[in-house]
Design a protein around this ligand. Structure first.
Ligand code: ATP
Ligand code: GNG
Length: 245
């Protein structure tokens, strides 16, 4: 199986999505601990959002979403694009969040809350559309570290860590991230609805990827069984994809 997987010419991407505190980082670390040598796990670049040229954009955004929303979302989109195009020899790339959840959940929420002015939303959206649909391959973009844009548009599946707002609120409070002190249960509930409409009810935005749903309300021990259930889907999909290419 490993040999077959290794013939994969570009990584099969698995996007791990879920509300704040749903357990995305924990899920990726589980795979790291499992030493899945075929998996390149890329965590959300929160440390970059907390220090962009010395500015804690995550804090700024939570303190004043109207003033810093566009700035923060622009930078999130750049850091996500870097993750999407990060070059790896591993046949499977496991990514925490994506340009999709950023656009479809957080940016969409800012737009519906009327705190992201239309011109700013249009700029974010134009970048998003260019990134996710453009087959543009410029040699300038190809480097030893990043794929060109066209290799970004590839097969992927989404693992949706589905949680209840009350559960993630409790976890977020216990984790006690300084920047999130102002995050309310109401906000988490509203972000939850954005994920639900995108990945569960599928009433918002077309979701081409297949979505694997994990009951991420389960505690740290019970959830391991849920993680085990997902492994064949990830490796299985990767095997099918490589044999068909
Ligand atoms: N299944 C679980 N049961 C109980 N606690 C959990 C579980 N999964 C994660 N946690 C805890 O909840 C908190 C959030 O987990 P984690 O950081 O993995 O979530 P996340 O989705 O990456 O969060 P964020 O999107 O805010 O970065 C952490 O303190 C973690 O230890
Ligand atoms: N506004 C906004 N837009 C995003 O694209 C986005 N992605 C993540 N986050 C917030 C959630 C956690 O607090 C913290 C870590 O996930 O960052 C975001 N906030």
């Amino acid at each position: 199986m490993e040999e077959e997987i290794k013939t994969h010419n570009s990584p099969f991407t698995v996007l791990v999505e879920g509300n704040i505190g749903s357990g995305k980082t924990t899920f990726l670390n589980y795979f790291k601990q499992q030493q899945h040598q075929n998996v390149c796990a890329l965590l959300e670049r929160v440390e970059m959002w907390k220090n962009c040229g010395g500015h804690n954009l995550l804090l700024y955004m939570y303190e004043d979403r109207e003033r810093w929303g566009f700035t923060f979302q622009s930078y999130v989109q750049l850091t996500m694009l870097k993750q999407h195009t990060f070059k790896t020899n591993s046949p499977i790339k496991l990514m925490e969040s994506s340009v999709y959840s950023s656009r479809y959940c957080f940016v969409e929420k800012m737009i519906s809350d009327g705190i992201l002015p239309s011109p700013s939303a249009s700029v974010i959206d134009e970048w998003f559309k260019w990134i996710t649909s453009n087959a543009f391959c410029s040699v300038d973009l190809i480097s030893e570290y990043y794929y060109d844009i066209c290799s970004f548009v590839q097969y992927f599946i989404i693992v949706y860590l589905r949680t209840s707002p009350e559960v993630v609120y409790q976890r977020m409070r216990e984790r006690n991230r300084d920047e999130e002190k102002s995050v309310s249960l109401q906000y988490l509930s509203e972000i939850h609805e954005m994920y639900e409409n995108w990945l569960y009810h599928k009433t918002a935005f077309t979701c081409q990827a297949s979505v694997l749903i994990v009951n991420a309300d389960l505690d740290k021990f019970a959830i391991l069984e849920e993680y085990q259930k997902v492994i064949p889907n990830i490796f299985g999909a990767c095997l099918n994809e490589s044999s068909s290419s």
